[in-house]
Design a protein around this ligand. Structure first.
Ligand code: NI
Length: 177
């Protein structure tokens, strides 16, 4: 496995619509593993292929609900959930929307308040090309929407009602993708 370089604004690829993945070969498996490694090292909770300069509809996500909250003593560590999203499409959204603070590995030093659907259903392909349907809510739904936006050249700063430079402690509390 190898780390890939994360690109930042104003890199033009971050503004382009990524192309569907059609080949599920060994190279793709290596790329997916590299993306997980790069995301964990960053560290982030998601990473989309355009962020490593590849125009592909592919993103990885890893997050444990509650991982940012303080744990009670003796409580089990929240279990991380891992997803590979290939050619994803949002097929259903909740009526409810929620505000939350987001950052992005491709826009260092800025966070913003973004309204997202509280829950979504996504149709995608898994890493072997098999169709999957995923239902996510809460912070996971937010991460999915942020990553799917990346595949369409959309960044959180386009949607944010407010963008600012966080102070250091605030920055630590905002999971990045
Ligand atoms: Ni991002």
């Amino acid at each position: 496995m190898a780390l890939r370089q994360i690109v930042h604004l104003p890199e033009p690829i971050l503004r382009k619509k990524a192309k569907p993945v059609t080949k599920f070969d060994k190279d793709l498996q290596v790329l997916i593993d590299d993306m997980f490694e790069t995301m964990r090292e960053a560290p982030g909770v998601g990473l989309a292929a355009p962020q490593i300069n590849l125009p592909m509809q592919l993103a990885v996500v890893e997050y444990a609900e509650g991982e940012d909250e303080e744990l009670e003593e003796g409580a089990p560590e929240p279990k991380k959930k891992t997803f590979v999203l290939i050619n994803p499409e949002i097929v259903k959204v909740s009526e409810e929307k929620v505000m939350g603070i987001e950052g992005c590995l491709s826009i260092p030093g800025l966070v913003g308040e973004v309204e997202r659907y509280e829950a979504i259903q996504v149709k995608a392909l898994n890493r072997h090309g098999a169709p999957v349907k995923l239902k996510v809510d809460g912070w996971m739904a937010r991460i999915f929407q942020h990553e799917i936006d990346h595949l369409n050249g959309v960044l959180f700063t386009d949607l944010a009602t407010r963008v600012w430079k966080p102070n250091e402690d605030e920055n630590e509390e905002t999971p990045l993708d």
